[in-house]
Design a protein around this ligand. Structure first.
Ligand SMILES: [Zn+2]
Length: 469
């Protein structure tokens, strides 16, 4: 499917301006029931069909690579695996060049522009070496495998259990329509959710892939895991702030402008005001992530026009839609059957989700969308991750818990498969190496400082004039 007119009209030509392409016949990975798991890594094609069940990270993780150029995901998901072992596995499944020359990636089929980084990277190798050294020490100390040492620690599981009990303890009051729980319920939902959902979808919760696959579905007060994998893992993490590859800079660009490559519209003037920010933050999860973005992806087979959707069968598509309708329906409909007045029913139907949305946005928008990170770029993927993100509240236990470790955004982007409970220990290693390699690692003092910087970013892009960064 070619890029829609909408994006071509709203993003400057030359940046996204993709040619109209004619699709070749459906290949193995675009068929509704794909039979083979073909992927492209560092310019070579591999048939990993027979490896799917043996992949230590599980089939869900490997499935993200199906039909794509998965170079970045391959590199970022195996930072500590012995390179010789990785190469030996790949070699076993490599498709002969003469057989693969007719193959096209999903990105090529959809007309999504190519974007590649330079590998290997001296900075990246130094980072991986030192962080691996840290986890080798941990694995010896705790007498577990290195892989297990990078996932949730026992004390992390205890924290999660406490957060789960806290969340469950609000159920009775909330579903009885007790006003005291109107905000307490979404607050505890946020605390539990942000501390498990994000890690699990990064395969960072447990070394048992089943936990990672299951946990996101046990937490429906949020985006569907299926669309989240597309937006976050495949799109955003591989290409942060790359205007034609990162879906996070293209959310509802007809209303909010997050990147200078998005064409300015008069409506964007509003985004310099604080009231707009509050409005935007309160509706984004409900009307954006969980509804509009999802529907738009199902309709166009692209997430935000830049991430091709993986092929799924008709029944899986139907189950996805039913799951979404049921989840959103229950969240909003139950108060009308329980509480005594219409006004109160509306309050319990809407306010918790709007509040949850604000919590989500105040923790996610302040990490990449800042004056100095939005338009930063580097050909070295590791350097690119550092300069397009910012940490905040380093050393603060409150920021760590309340953001579910998102406050160590730079460290998380460098090592997405590491559970966020380890990120404070890795931060000094990363900061030291950034200094040594002259890479611009930045931190904000805390929430207030980071929110101010994000507001500056929004205000700059509210004007037609482009500011040089
Ligand atoms: Zn992430």
């Amino acid at each position: 499917m070619a890029t829609s007119e909408a994006v071509r009209n709203h993003i400057k030509p030359g940046i996204v301006g993709r040619p109209n392409i004619v699709l070749p016949p459906l290949s193995d990975f675009t068929a509704s029931k794909p039979t083979r798991l073909l992927t492209k890594i560092h310019g070579k094609w591999y048939d990993l069909t027979k490896f799917e069940k043996r992949h230590p990270g599980g089939p869900v993780a490997l499935g993200l690579a199906r039909g794509r150029d998965a170079t970045v995901m391959f590199e970022s998901h195996h930072p500590f695996t012995n390179r010789k072992i990785l190469d030996a596995i790949l070699m076993k499944y490599e498709i002969d060049a003469s057989d693969s020359k007719h193959l096209q990636t999903l990105e090529q089929l959809h007309g999504v522009p190519e974007h590649s980084f330079e590998w290997p990277s001296a900075f990246g190798e130094a980072l991986k070496f030192q962080v691996k050294e840290y986890f080798e020490g941990e694995s010896k100390r705790r007498n577990i495998s290195l892989r297990e040492a990078t996932k949730a620690s026992p004390s992390r599981w205890v924290e999660i259990a406490i957060l789960a009990v806290l969340f469950l303890s609000t159920f009775h009051g909330f579903f009885r329509g007790d006003w005291r729980f109107l905000l307490l319920f979404p607050l505890t939902a946020w605390l539990l959710g942000v501390n498990i959902f994000h890690d699990a979808t990064h395969f960072a919760f447990s070394d048992n892939w089943r936990w990672n696959a299951l946990i996101p579905y046990a937490f429906p007060y949020f985006s569907s895991p299926f669309s989240w994998y597309h937006q976050h893992n495949i799109g955003h993490h591989s290409y942060p702030n790359v205007s034609d590859r990162d879906p996070d800079v293209l959310h509802h660009y007809w209303m909010k402008r997050e990147h200078r490559d998005v064409k300015w519209l008069p409506i964007h003037k509003n985004q310099s005001t604080w009231w707009f920010m509050l409005f935007w933050w309160s509706v984004s999860v409900e009307f954006g992530l969980t509804t509009m973005q999802d529907l738009w992806m199902l309709q166009t087979n692209l997430y935000n026009e830049v991430v091709p959707m993986m092929a799924i069968s008709g029944s899986r598509r139907l189950r996805h839609i039913l799951g979404r309708v049921l989840t959103i329906g229950i969240i909003h409909a139950w108060p009308f059957f329980v509480v005594e007045t219409w006004g109160k029913a509306f309050a319990f139907s809407l306010i918790p989700y709007l509040f949850f949305s604000v919590l989500f946005m105040m923790n996610t928008q302040i990490n990449h969308l800042l004056p100095h990170t939005t338009h930063a770029a580097d050909a070295d993927w590791y350097k690119h991750q550092v300069i397009t993100a910012q940490d905040f509240g380093v050393g603060s236990k409150f920021c760590h818990l309340f953001s579910g470790g998102l406050n160590y955004q730079v460290i998380h982007h460098l090592f997405p498969t590491v559970n966020h409970c380890h990120l404070p220990q890795l931060q000094p290693i990363v900061a030291r190496l950034c200094e040594k390699y002259d890479v611009g690692y930045t931190t904000a003092r805390g929430y207030v400082h980071a929110i101010q910087l994000h507001h500056q970013h929004s205000s700059r892009l509210a004007t037609k004039i482009e500011h040089a960064d």
